[in-house]
Design a protein around this ligand. Structure first.
Ligand SMILES: NC(=O)c1ccc[n+]([C@@H]2O[C@H](COP(=O)([O-])OP(=O)(O)OC[C@H]3O[C@@H](n4cnc5c(N)ncnc54)[C@H](OP(=O)(O)O)[C@@H]3O)[C@@H](O)[C@H]2O)c1
Length: 324
């Protein structure tokens, strides 16, 4: 088969479409013939040599895909060759085929093409596990989504609205109109306005209940300042640095909490538990049309360097897909 290989980590041209050995399914795995894969920020870090795949994962980038099952490993029940699926991966989506633990498969949502479904598994599992499992967002609460225009952000806006929350987002102004169509109640241009002032104003000085944060160190102080009493900050990205100073007094005064997690490094059993939760609680919302995949552009897999350039420019809105 062909896959995107990274022999010499660095810029986008480090991504090379090359012939590699076909995968075979280990016990508990299936092989998926890939229809589409989606690009995630983590793939950029892997390309640069900063985010090696976890042990046992394919060496090629790609954390989510959709396609058709072409082989079944020992011990797998409830799936068949020819079944259309999408999947959360630990790597290897930028390829013609990928082996994946059966517990990480999701059905193609109703009225959605196999190709479109590639845009969902990683963002659905990340947003669900952080915003609902960990930060326990409830109906009637306020959710602040940093990076509302990204793949994670566009999903988080829709999930927040579907769960009955008020959703406030930070994003560059060019994206605001589309984010309001997705359901954002307030859009804040973080390049021109202070999100603490804006969120305090929008909540009559109370602050926000849950913050989904992709910035990390640079926003830590301001995230605590933006928090409502008993508020929860879920950090999933470090685009603004990994080391910051946390004012524990300020956090205590709010009875606040800060979590920080990464999905890729979780053990397979943990991923299977999250996927099961997404299938039971999020997929019905997708089937009902309350959440849809937001796809900016599609590239042939061999043009993965162009797809990465687009992601690094942040000019995209939602997800970028790759087709083998
Ligand atoms: N921990 C996990 O398990 C996990 C899983 C998946 C993703 N992630 C992380 O989640 C983040 C988003 O991933 P993605 O795939 O959605 O990437 P993406 O599509 O590139 O989205 C990132 C967004 O951040 C916005 N942004 C940049 N600087 C910002 C700032 N200072 N304040 C607010 N927004 C800013 C960019 O848009 P504009 O600047 O144009 O508004 C862009 O839309 C990444 O850091 C990724 O590593 C973590």
């Amino acid at each position: 088969m062909h896959a995107i290989t990274i022999d010499d980590p660095g810029g986008p041209d480090a991504l090379v479409w090359a012939e590699v050995p076909d995968p075979s399914p280990a016990a508990g795995e299936v092989v998926v013939e890939v229809t589409a894969a989606a690009v995630n920020r983590a793939d950029v870090m892997q390309r640069q040599g900063h985010y090696p795949p976890p042990p046992g994962a394919p060496p090629y980038p790609g954390l989510e895909c959709s396609g058709v099952i072409s082989a079944i490993g020992a011990g797998v029940t409830g799936h068949h060759v020819g079944e259309r699926v999408c999947a959360l991966l630990s790597g290897g989506g930028y390829a013609e085929q990928v082996a994946v633990p059966a517990g990480q498969l999701l059905p193609i949502p109703q009225q959605m093409s196999v190709q479109e479904a590639a845009a969902l598994p990683e963002v659905a599992c990340t947003v669900w596990s952080n915003v609902v499992d960990i930060a326990r967002l409830r109906k009637g609460e306020t959710l602040l989504v940093h990076g509302g225009g990204g793949g994670i952000g566009t999903f988080a806006i829709q999930l927040g609205k579907a769960l009955g929350a008020t959703v406030l987002v930070t994003a560059r102004e060019a994206k605001h109109d589309q984010l309001r169509v997705l359901g954002a109640d307030l859009t804040i241009d973080y390049t021109a306005a202070d999100f603490v002032t804006e969120t305090q104003r929008a909540t009559d000085g109370r602050g926000v209940d849950v913050i989904l944060d992709i910035i990390g160190a640079k926003y830590l102080d301001r995230n605590v300042a933006a928090l409502a009493p008993d508020g929860r900050i879920a950090i999933i990205g470090l685009q603004g640095g990994r080391r910051g100073e946390l004012d524990l007094g300020a956090l205590m005064a709010k009875r606040g909490s800060v979590s920080a997690t990464t999905l890729r490094a979780r053990p397979a059993a943990d991923k299977a538990r999250i996927v099961k939760g997404v299938r039971e609680r999020v997929w019905p919302l997708v089937d009902a049309g309350a959440i849809r995949p937001i796809i900016d552009r599609t590239f042939p897999m061999a043009q993965a360097p162009a797809a990465h350039r687009l992601m690094e420019s942040s000019d995209h809105l939602g997800k970028i897909l790759l087709l083998p």
